[in-house]
Design a protein around this ligand. Sequence first.
Ligand SMILES: [Zn+2]
Ligand SMILES: [Zn+2]
Length: 771
Amino acid sequence: MSESCEEQRTNFRLSVCKREPVVKLLQAVTGLEPLSWSEDHRLSVCTSSNVSVLEQVCDIHGSSPELTLYRTCVPAPLKTCYLRIGPPKEVQLCRAKFARSSDPAVSQKFMLDRVFNPEGKGLPPLQGYKYACWSPVGCDANGRCLLAALTLDNRLTVNANVDRLQWKQLADLTEMYGERLAQSNYTATENATYSQLEDFPEFQRRHSMQTPVWMEWSSICTTQEIMENNTCRDVGTVLLAVLFENGDVAIWQFQLPINNHTSIISCNTIVSGVESPSVLAWWEYEHSNRKMSGLIVGSSLGPVKIIPVNLKAVKGYFTLRQPVILWQEADRLPVNSIKCIALYHPYQKCSCSLVVAARGCYVFWCLLLISKAGLNVHNSHVTGLHSLPIISLTVDRQNGTIYSCSVDGKVQQLIPIFTNLALKFEHQLINMSEMFGSVKAHGIAVSPFGAYLACITSEGMKNGIHPVNKNFQVNFVSLKTFEEAAAQLLESSSQNLFRQMDLTDIVRWKILKDKVIPQFLIDVLDKKVDGGPLYFWRFRLFLLRIWFQSFKKLTYEAMQKQPYHESKVSRKEDTAVEASIFEEEKDQDEDRHDDEHGSGKTLEDSAESESSPTDESFLEIQKKIEAVEAHLTKEHMKHVLGEVYLHTGITEYTSIPTRGVCAYLMANRDDDDRTAQVLIGHVEKKMNKQMFPEYCTLCKEVLPFTDCKKAVCPNGHLWRRCSLTYQACQTLEYRRCLLHDSIARHSVPEDLDWIMRLLKAPCILCDSPVF
Ligand SMILES: [Zn+2]
Ligand SMILES: [Zn+2]
């Protein structure tokens, strides 16, 4: 792997490197943009039998340098989807009539159309997905992303994964839209004339007005709602725009979190007037603190335009007065994959938006900015990048870098460079075939912070012959060096390790390989943690944990050598084979061991093996890890006490073991921590000598607060403590953070608002969601 890395580096300024593993797909890939990477690090792949989901996790408990990917899938609906176009009996009669029609223009068109005949007698089965797209992070009950999936037979559903394993369908939008149309007699406007279903054009029209072509989520819009007692409450909503074959766009508005179809607030239909629409994207633009939105609609005939989205119901929502044409000519270069990127214009000193789209072999771009003179539009095409049509386009939203991919596996990286007038692009080639052999590409997606590029490939031509069977796989390529990833993490504005997991994974990969944390990173962090945000403490904890894992690997490698020597007695040819089998078995053993005991036991594991020079360093790292964890815990305790102080009256009982937390903090405080002392003084004054102890539910004895992770009653009943509120979790069910380094209790209806808010927080050690 490292050899190919060096080779690549000499060829490109962009340092691309193949990243293991290669994920084999069991089914053929379907749809136009089959690959999509969510903001919360899940990769969806549209295949002929389901939407396969690969969740990337930056593993802090394992020492395998490979990308850690958990696989789940969104199962396809069981029944074929027939669009609702009228009363079932009437539809049946009409279908029979058109099938037997003596006019071949009717009968043939009817028989061959896949929208009319999703089950199609004699036609190949219509199985698989047209498209799937991720909502922004923060939309489901756990604050994660939702997946909208559109099947080839036109069923559009919204799906969530709430328990890590199973995907659940939350709403069937195709069915709901069909119902709405039936109620309005299939008319868009009130005074439209109503035709009979038995007219073939009417039959076609009713299908086309509800056949989804594409859909896209907007970003989250937060508005304030005034409650009965005159207090304000933040309400988050998100919009899903669905483009139909006839050019209509349905805008579904959801209230967050989206739990099921009752989370839908409204559905509006907008007429775009675009002929042969192929794709849409949200246009979102921020101008002097005003957020503007619209919808960019592309046509397979060539034109692209932005249409206004008038939503009176959504406060703080602004749109255009009239449509803006980005490309007018119907030059028969189909538009696909439109992306809209927010950028800052260094010369005009204002924000602007860049719209890019694939049109044949070209990348179409359009720069929009609002100045005093009004809306400025510059457009052009980037030519000469690809010799075959572009099949996929993906964007790194952090810096506006665009990646385009043609079917021959050639990926171009495009960096927008501002000029006085508008824009130009610098481009560099990433040739997938150089890394993966002769391949055909089917789709690309870049990870949220631009660390990795995923690419679906199948075998390409060999000796001028196409392969007989196609095997599809997802390949990964790293786009950033360790130094680039580390610098980005240190300068991060989001200050959330979970959100930047693709970057932290590059760091993890490097530390596992070199078994050392680079000195420059230690030095910078030492400076940043001093009085800085806790994010840097969590970053330090992360580095130490990975370093610890790299040592574990070292001891483990030493262990492997022993049996190799023993097997010398056996015949020479067998040795290599046995050794490799042994390696595999050990791998599994180690995994099992991890499952049974968690990562805490690894220290003893290594102690059992032959003592090595690393044992001491092992203990030393362990101590450092504990010290950082203790610091983060104490800081969070102060935060919790602050909330208690803020939200309680004198001698009021809160379910939080306040007295215990105060005592624990005092006993374990750092000498120079004045704030803790002052805070505890204030809180204790409020409690006015009352104790408010916690009681064991099994024996009613008082639960002492001696440990921040667990509570043991005098009769030996042991409960784990919630890491967000320090309450003892006296139920069998609790939540765990994504990386399994902390637990938290479920919130209950009796919880006060401020306690609920505490419970909604991410893990205090790793920033990942707790669910
Ligand atoms: Zn007890
Ligand atoms: Zn965690």
